[in-house]
Design a protein around this ligand. Structure first.
Ligand code: FAD
Length: 526
């Protein structure tokens, strides 16, 4: 084996970061170079922008992550500002739509809210940090349960997951009690209402420092740490192509062709192995552009159909389980960080057979939209909850990306068209989930925003486009260790590898899969 093997990683989100960390911790000889198309936003690479206290700085960091929709970048592409007009879908802060309305944007009519982030830390600089684990059929069957548990424990360590965040909140406990009265009898033991695990570190003053790729990098970005000497992160560097030594079945990857976006210069970096972790759309797009085109590449796209609503908490119901002092304490904690108030986050996790959904319940003292002061529930002293059910999308080859060699996107890659449809199977589950949401809302109080299904793509949890599986049977892209079938030194990472129909937020599961791949790669390079 090569003396000091070099691994090149594409993408600096939580998954690329997990590969870098495990490789460098496990193999003392390996060196890692990571390429990120977007800019570094924070002094510590990959930090959550939610931790930025100054509102103007936070806003700027979000805008700089918005690729073709960011101010200067947008104008340099010749995309007029007027491309964003009333009626068009808008992206969540820190993200940009794949179909941003300008020339060279993707075609996503059936999946209109599809979005990405382009910055160091990827979407992981903007995420909500919910980190539930996959359960029952959400897990993949080519990994034994005991190994899954170990991989998930490692993913939790890397992401700084707290499983009992805000468990001491009296308001949160009252919400759980009301939900338990309604649902617990019909749910399996251990799968009733509980606190939502989140990635972050509780601070002594009661606030949370939210986790991003920064905590996954950990020692790799700590000045003076020996691991940092073997790690290099190049921001504003676009990977154009994964290079191979031939087109044959046993070809190996030789390195990457990259473009420095500051200078426009293109160069080649030789690597002993490559990891592509550039999200569930742009990873398959890069492989396609590199001539690596397994039949399942870009297909089997899934996400979570999401139904959301807002409920005014019923004072009488809440007072059965919480006191005025609990309420004051909750409000005081939230006031510590008014720009990003946190507390009382609950859920009912996925379970089978009767609850194939994930409920997330976030407490808020005000509704997320202006409420007419004359509304009977305006100024509700006990506050509100924003609730959402995530549902399953069952994988089908018909749902996915078509790449166009004869039409380039704004970055010069084969453009993408996304085709996606909800079938009767999903529609039935969505109706059942919505009925559960109604029951949850009625148990907690009164709806001030009725349940509504968000447009396709809204979940930001895009899965399946580079599925991992046990067999190279045309329905998968990667083997059980995340290696692209037939190219032993090319690994892929991210939510695109998840082959199952899931409802939980996917990052923890994808980091767990990455840990497995990275351990294998470290061993192969040893
Ligand atoms: P990303 O984080 O998307 O990173 C990919 C990186 O690759 C990007 O920075 C991109 O610029 C870079 N890249 C792409 N192409 C190239 C190229 N050719 N060359 C170089 N670089 C390239 N998930 C949860 O589990 N829980 C949540 O609560 C949650 N909430 C979310 C809330 C929001 C607002 C958003 C936006 C996302 C949320 N997510 C959540 C999703 C979560 O952020 C993603 O699952 C996670 O970031 C995926 O990690 P990744 O490393 O695979 O990809």
């Amino acid at each position: 084996m090569t003396k000091n093997p070099v691994v090149a990683i594409v993408g600096s989100g939580p998954i690329g970061a997990a590969y870098a960390r495990i490789l460098l911790e496990t193999n003392p000889d390996v060196r890692v170079t990571m390429f990120e198309a977007g800019p570094q936003l924070t002094d510590i690479p990959g930090e959550s922008v939610r931790n930025i206290a100054d509102p103007a700085e936070k806003e700027l960091a979000r805008e700089r992550s918005q690729g073709p929709q960011a101010g200067d970048f947008r104008e340099s592409l010749g995309i007029p500002k007027a491309a964003v007009v009333e009626g068009i879908f808008t992206a969540r802060q820190g993200t940009h739509l794949l179909d941003f309305g300008g020339e060279g944007s993707a075609h996503t009519e059936t999946f209109p809210a599809a979005a990405a982030s382009t910055n160091v830390g990827g979407m992981g600089a903007h995420w909500t940090c919910a980190t539930p684990a996959p359960e029952f059929s959400e897990r993949v069957d080519f990994i034994e349960n005991a190994e899954w548990d170990d991989l998930l424990a490692n993913a939790e360590r890397l992401l700084h997951v707290q499983s009992a965040a805000f468990a001491d909140s009296g308001v949160g406990a009252a919400i759980r009690s009301l939900l338990s009265e309604e649902f617990s009898a019909e749910l399996p033991e251990g799968f009733g209402p509980s606190t939502l695990p989140v990635a972050g570190d509780a601070q002594p003053d009661g606030t949370v420092r939210w986790a991003g790729a920064d905590v996954v990098f950990g020692p790799l970005v700590e000045a003076g740490n020996p691991l940092a000497e073997r790690f290099e992160l190049r921001d504003l560097t676009l990977v154009r192509r994964v290079e191979r030594d031939g087109p044959g079945a046993d070809a190996r990857v030789t390195g990457l062709t990259v473009e420095d976006l500051r200078t426009g210069e293109t160069s080649f970096l030789a690597a002993d192995a490559v990891v592509v972790a550039a999200d569930a759309f742009r990873s398959p797009q890069l492989l396609w552009a590199s001539g690596i085109r397994p039949a399942a590449l870009g297909r089997y796209l899934t996400e979570h159909p999401v139904v959301i609503s807002t409920v005014a908490l019923d004072p009488e119901g809440m007072a059965r389980f919480a006191t005025d002092a609990d309420l004051e304490e909750e409000l005081a904690r939230r006031a510590l960080n008014p720009a990003d108030p946190v507390g009382a986050v609950n859920r009912i996790p996925f379970s089978e057979p009767d609850h194939p959904f994930s409920l997330q319940v976030m407490y808020a003292e005000n509704p997320p939209f202006p409420l007419d002061p004359a509304h009977p529930h305006a100024g509700n002293r006990w506050g509100y909850v924003n609730m959402g059910y995530g549902m399953r999308k069952h994988p089908r080859v018909e749902d996915g990306i078509t790449f166009h060699d004869d039409e380039l996107d704004y970055r010069g890659f084969p453009n993408m068209t996304v085709d996606y449809a909800l079938t009767d199977v999903e529609k039935t589950e969505i109706a059942a989930g919505e009925a559960h949401l109604r029951r949850a809302g009625e148990a907690l109080g009164t709806f001030i925003a009725e349940p509504r299904l968000l447009p396709n793509g809204s979940s930001l949890h895009y899965q399946g486009t580079m599925r991992a599986g046990a067999n190279d049977d045309g329905t998968t892209v990667a083997d059980p260790y995340s290696r692209v079938w037939g190219i032993d030194n090319l690994y892929v990472g991210g939510n695109g590898l998840i082959p199952t129909a899931t409802t939980m937020n996917p990052t923890l599961m994808s980091v767990a899969i990455a840990v497995r791949g990275a351990r294998k790669l470290a061993e192969e390079l040893a």
